[in-house]
Design a protein around this ligand. Sequence first.
Ligand SMILES: *[C@@H]1O[C@H](CO)[C@@H](O)[C@H](O)[C@H]1NC(C)=O
Ligand SMILES: *[C@@H]1O[C@H](CO)[C@@H](O)[C@H](O)[C@H]1NC(C)=O
Ligand SMILES: *[C@@H]1O[C@H](CO)[C@@H](O)[C@H](O)[C@H]1NC(C)=O
Ligand SMILES: *[C@@H]1O[C@H](CO)[C@@H](O)[C@H](O)[C@H]1NC(C)=O
Ligand SMILES: *[C@@H]1O[C@H](CO)[C@@H](O)[C@H](O)[C@H]1NC(C)=O
Ligand SMILES: *[C@@H]1O[C@H](CO)[C@@H](O)[C@H](O)[C@H]1NC(C)=O
Ligand SMILES: *[C@@H]1O[C@H](CO)[C@@H](O)[C@H](O)[C@H]1NC(C)=O
Ligand SMILES: *[C@@H]1O[C@H](CO)[C@@H](O)[C@H](O)[C@H]1NC(C)=O
Ligand SMILES: *[C@@H]1O[C@H](CO)[C@@H](O)[C@H](O)[C@H]1NC(C)=O
Ligand SMILES: *[C@@H]1O[C@H](CO)[C@@H](O)[C@H](O)[C@H]1NC(C)=O
Ligand SMILES: *[C@@H]1O[C@H](CO)[C@@H](O)[C@H](O)[C@H]1NC(C)=O
Ligand SMILES: CC(=O)N[C@H]1CO[C@H](CO)[C@@H](O)[C@@H]1O
Length: 799
Amino acid sequence: MKAAAAFSLASLLYGASAASNTTSAALLSSGHVKLGEFAEAYAKAKAFVAGLTNAEKVSIITGSDVDSSNGSSWTALANKDGFAGINYQYYVSGFPMGNALAMTWDKDYFDAEAYASGREFYLMGYNLINGPEAGPLGRTPWGGRQAEAFSPDPYLSGVALAKTISGMNRAGVIAGGRHYLLNEQETNRTTGTSDTTSAVYSSNADEKTIHELYLWPFQDAVQAGMAAVMCAMSHVNNTGSCENSHIVSELLKEELGFPGMVFPDVNSQSTSYGSANAGLDYGSSSLWTADILNAGISNGSFTQARLDDMAIRNVIGYYFVGLDDGKQPDEAGSTDYRDVRSNHSALIREVSAASLVLLKNDVTNGGGLPLNRPRTISVFGAHAGPAMAGPNQAFSVQGSSGPTYQGHLASGSGSGQLSFSYLMTPFQSLTTRAAADGSMIRWILNDTYTDSSSSSGGGMGSPPTTGGNGPSGSSNSSSSSNSTAGGPGGSTGGGGGGNALSNLGQGTAVTPSITNYAEDSEVCLVFLNSFAGEGADREELYNTDQDTLVKSVASECNNTVVVINTVGPRLVDAWVELENVTAVLYGGMLGQESGNAIADVLYGDVNPSGKLINTIAKNESDYPVKICYTAQCDFDEGVYIDYRHFDRYNVTPRYPFGHGLSYTTFEYGDVTAKKTNEKALSATYPSGPMAVGGKTDLFETVITITTTLTNSGSRSGAEVAQLYVSYPDAAAQPIRQLRGFEKVPLEAGAKETVSFAVRRKDISYWDAEAKEWALATGTYTFAVGSSSRDLRGSVEVQI
Ligand SMILES: *[C@@H]1O[C@H](CO)[C@@H](O)[C@H](O)[C@H]1NC(C)=O
Ligand SMILES: *[C@@H]1O[C@H](CO)[C@@H](O)[C@H](O)[C@H]1NC(C)=O
Ligand SMILES: *[C@@H]1O[C@H](CO)[C@@H](O)[C@H](O)[C@H]1NC(C)=O
Ligand SMILES: *[C@@H]1O[C@H](CO)[C@@H](O)[C@H](O)[C@H]1NC(C)=O
Ligand SMILES: *[C@@H]1O[C@H](CO)[C@@H](O)[C@H](O)[C@H]1NC(C)=O
Ligand SMILES: *[C@@H]1O[C@H](CO)[C@@H](O)[C@H](O)[C@H]1NC(C)=O
Ligand SMILES: *[C@@H]1O[C@H](CO)[C@@H](O)[C@H](O)[C@H]1NC(C)=O
Ligand SMILES: *[C@@H]1O[C@H](CO)[C@@H](O)[C@H](O)[C@H]1NC(C)=O
Ligand SMILES: *[C@@H]1O[C@H](CO)[C@@H](O)[C@H](O)[C@H]1NC(C)=O
Ligand SMILES: *[C@@H]1O[C@H](CO)[C@@H](O)[C@H](O)[C@H]1NC(C)=O
Ligand SMILES: *[C@@H]1O[C@H](CO)[C@@H](O)[C@H](O)[C@H]1NC(C)=O
Ligand SMILES: CC(=O)N[C@H]1CO[C@H](CO)[C@@H](O)[C@@H]1O
């Protein structure tokens, strides 16, 4: 209450004189925003800044320490890249990246991972984290940076961004949501160093698209306590994102009531007054000197109120997350050993396994998943095993990192890249399982392997068959007489390729070839990946070499199981319908326990429960948005990306958004609706007070949707029940949109009630004329299901 009184005084002092681009309402001192949980941090920040000279304030906003003549001191925030782990740091954990975490559709895991990762940052002495990310949202499946982000669905991304921001803040660090705004591709995000004709692309979108899609997750995150936002390198409406007063001051600070600091991505500030007036709070010490800013205050190009606002916004997060308690350890050197990892490996394995999506599973002939002590296992593909050198490749921004990686891939590249201290590969985990089960496991860890011995008849392409005491010694005379391999005591390497199609039981040293191994196996596991990262977009959505590998294996193996880890949607149509492809397991970048998590699901220790975070198309031409190569990138598709596009144009996807199978089955009961706030529903526009996040009533529950979920199979498992809303026509909305999800663990036979709290925002559309979220009048349909195209029940509500 005291703090609130102080704001109105301040607004009298500064509000009226606030000039130019930063309107008075974007100043915290204006009292425009009810600060709620930020009030105490604001009071502390304001008192601290009040004791500083302008020169000291300028030091703070340009990242320098202050040792005030008054005895107040400030140590510049230690800023660090990463979210799913600390970038460039020894002895830390590599957590599942954003895309994998999102595939869990588990709010508790969003929080738990962010908290655990946040603790590692905290204990290593970092204060301000560059992440998590809801930009890119995922406008185009070719975007290079999708592994760091969550989902092209704004609701799912909004929940994930909000939970991960609050989880990291709770760990004691300031999470900086990025990249704000419309930062959807890597191509031309900077000008080329030699090519002076190249231009940074400008993203141009209408207000409806901005509000209903790209700004949406940031709004949820502001409401959840986001205290810092990183603005992007790319431009919006032909102005640098960090210097665009519309998106920074009007949308973020005024409309969403953001109380924290806006700080720039590398090279994203180009002017002194332009950037400060537009709403950038932290920036370059050469563009923002005390002389320049004081001169601006003297002649009206800048204001004292704004400088104070900038300084306050630079320190408010520090107080908000409790860094002023003085307990945080000092910043560590990048190779210092500190015990920060706790038991995080267990959480990482759990989250990774819970993120894996079972796309297909055909158990009709005894194949498919889960595996049951298979006698013979063949493993194919470079992605199954370690890269030749590892676990971390060199950091490579602007590098061409794809399209596939010759080794097990569990991280994207760039500033979100994980710093592995170890990496569990599938090969290692499967070998451990095979040893325990008494299986035989063989491998070709290469996507394009060809047996070079087949022409020469010699042993050239084959692994050495040293010694005579290998498993092949168990061959009996009858079978070894048919063996073309070295056999017992074999010293000649592999046998002739012409006779290589030997049967199981004729000796283990079959000449290594994809088809030979495939033929001799009870199950064939083929591992594929798709790589990209910061600085370069994806070149392809499928890989011909890897697709050929799957087809070769499947031609000889009637139980071919494909495992994919990818940074963005990876098409599977080249082979997914083959009858010998019995199962497909699909995931994102899983982090350090990748192999263990994959094996946990393959063997059924964990029942898969992940769901797709985007649509897998049959053909890449089915997606609406490619990479933009021109200076003007117009978001003409509006809100129709991913499933919103497929639904509108009636394009059949291979696997729809939200899809994911289980080893058990689930049944949905009737769907019912209850209006919980009739009065609110009778008003077209929200009318609540302006708080952190926006008008408070946007976040109030107005309708509750309820159904029941039963595990009708014989194993325990978890289902993600999804709520999709269809608006009345007047709202001009996509056919259906995700507006709720709950992940429900159920023992075999168990039944539970599932409820979705629908907020006013969730049934509103952006009314561009009124510049406000509006409710439409008419019939809303609330459908509940297992994916966006597997709806099991619905209910209509008149509004
Ligand atoms: C010291 O702080 C007080 C208020 O805390 C302020 O009035 C004064 O101007 C400050 N002096 C300097 C040199 O910053
Ligand atoms: C965008 O990047 C592409 C590929 O690097 C280049 O050919 C093109 O000229 C760039 N476009 C602009 C507007 O700079
Ligand atoms: C882009 O500029 C136009 C014209 O100046 C303006 O109407 C529109 O609101 C701007 N959009 C954004 C996202 O800044
Ligand atoms: C104010 O002073 C600055 C610094 O000398 C100068 O760049 C700017 O153009 C001036 N603005 C006006 C309106 O005089
Ligand atoms: C890790 O340790 C914490 C604290 O000891 C405990 O609460 C948590 O359940 C553990 N997590 C896992 C996944 O074992
Ligand atoms: C594969 O073929 C073998 C040999 O004919 C048969 O025993 C097995 O059941 C088949 N498995 C599948 C999944 O079709
Ligand atoms: C994979 O096998 C092909 C063909 O045998 C060979 O040319 C290539 O070098 C191998 N790749 C790796 C990474 O070993
Ligand atoms: C030897 O192989 C034959 C043919 O596969 C089989 O019937 C027989 O049981 C095997 N003998 C031993 C001792 O393994
Ligand atoms: C050798 O293999 C062929 C074809 O699989 C089979 O018909 C023949 O009986 C085998 N011979 C012996 C001695 O096992
Ligand atoms: C499926 O695998 C079996 C070997 O188990 C093979 O004989 C058959 O030709 C394969 N089917 C296809 C369509 O490739
Ligand atoms: C995808 O569609 C395009 C154009 O419709 C077609 O030329 C191409 O062959 C298709 N690709 C695949 C892999 O089916
Ligand atoms: C976009 C915009 O309104 N820019 C203005 C910001 O304020 C300065 C100084 O008043 C003007 O020169 C810009 O035109």
